[in-house]
Write a protein that binds this ligand. Sequence first.
Ligand code: ADP
Length: 230
Amino acid sequence: MIEISSLNKKFGKLTVLEGLDLVIDSGGIFAVLGPNGSGKTTLIKSILGMVIPDKGEIKISGESVLKKWKYRNEINYLPQIANFPANLSVKELISMVKNLRPKEANDKALIERFGLEPFLDKKLGNLSGGTKQKVNIVLTFMFESELIILDEPTTGLDPISLIRLKEIIHEEKDKGKTILITTHIMSFVEEIADEIVFLLDGEIYFKGSSHELKERTGQRDLEHAIAHLI
Ligand code: ADP
């Protein structure tokens, strides 16, 4: 369980998170939504202990994330911007990450699933954005983790890869994992998310199912429901 209480974060004069309270139960898929700049990435990075809040606290399984740095390595995190070393090949990067995390890795099945075999010897700097994103996905899911945080995993993916990603997310959910995801693709959210967490003005503006959100706004599709929520 993730418990966030009275979280505040400012960057200079800009208040990004303000008194944010949120509880995320273990197990299930949670879509973190909100307009650009609403603080989704800041919230995610705070959960990871990569952003230090000005006030407030985040606990995972009852322990503060800032006191327990080891969590950072226990969470499967897909960053929005993957700064891969351009001169490394895909294969070299995967081995490097495997060496950093002495856990059993399931990279081969994922490489196959995303059709990455022909790219294994290619330099990361020469790959298209979509192919880099598939590498990002392989790196994220190749280890087992109770908590999986995906910041815009759908970016640049072709329709088949989107289906593969959806399958993998569902499989993780079926194993009892907790998945936090940000994305701009509402059909994706509708298909996979158990709950939507909507951020606005530094706070949680709505938390509930897409069905509840549609009922509350009187809209039939999620895109319009979100637009009517604000
Ligand atoms: P979102 O993910 O919802 O688009 P972010 O959390 O990335 O929002 O950013 C929220 C706001 O905080 C934006 O205005 C962004 O420019 C600003 N911001 C984020 N990180 C930093 C930083 N390290 N330094 C200064 N401003 C930042």
